[in-house]
Write a protein that binds this ligand. Sequence first.
Ligand code: NAP
Length: 279
Amino acid sequence: MKSNSHFHGKVIWITGASSGIGEEMSYQFSKLGAQLIISARNEGKLRRVNAQLPRNPGSAKVHPLDLENLTELPDKVKMAISYFGRVDILVNNAGLAVRDFVGNTSLEIDLKLMNINYLGPITLSKLLLPQFKIQGNGQLVVISSLSGKYGVPKLAAYAAPKHALHGFYESLRSELVDSGIGISLIIPGIIQTEITAHAVLGQGENYGKVETAFKNAYPVEKAVRKIIVAIQQGKEEFYVGGAEGFTLWLNRFSPWLLRRFIRNHPLKKLRVIKKRFGF
Ligand SMILES: NC(=O)c1ccc[n+]([C@@H]2O[C@H](COP(=O)([O-])OP(=O)(O)OC[C@H]3O[C@@H](n4cnc5c(N)ncnc54)[C@H](OP(=O)(O)O)[C@@H]3O)[C@@H](O)[C@H]2O)c1
């Protein structure tokens, strides 16, 4: 990807930049000449990403934060604005997944996921909005999930905050008409990252496995290339991923059929369908 006038010089703040989609986004936005602020909890990993930026290695502002700790976020936002005097795009990408049944999941884990995947991102957005208003423009990018559109077994604590993101940002978008501030909700399918290895079980233990479906999933480089085009085009909602995207279509046109499809773990069924129809 070559330097592209749309992102050249833009200040882009990416959360969850220490691995997976956010890490790849940091590399691709760097190639496009953006000025980066990169956040996650693990400062060491952020420094590694910063050192590996393809254009001007070490040029990003490493800005560690913990989205679970909502009280630290106002200072973190002030500091982020102070680095370059503005923020043009906030990519709310950081997230934590869960793999457990509702009956096995403690309320602490529900709260943890709600903080990291919903309250943290909306807090950053709310605190940045006054700055966007001063600038007269800005873009909030939100990395949601298919779990933001429907629920499947063992993902309730993850699906709830992802659904909440849609309710919040769709309402906010309707308040921001003609403000110059855009909102892009990105819905990844199954993307090749280690998200399931980082996931938690219902009592907080680390899940620790990269599931087979994620090993052979949609390549993260390709997903990020498409996400960046969607951001540039100001898409309001954008799906990126493989054939599992058909579930969005099914959810819209026959939610009844989708519910039958997902009664058991849908990834197993998806593998059978992929084998049968050869995609
Ligand atoms: N991969 C997929 O198939 C897929 C599908 C749908 C949606 N998504 C969404 O895409 C986003 C990125 O996921 P990924 O696949 O790239 O997973 P990942 O590799 O596990 O990346 C998650 C990122 O979030 C950060 N993070 C986790 N907890 C945090 C906290 N409390 N505060 C700040 N940062 C935190 C992690 O860094 P630290 O551990 O250093 O904090 C890491 O950088 C997530 O929102 C996820 O829900 C992914």
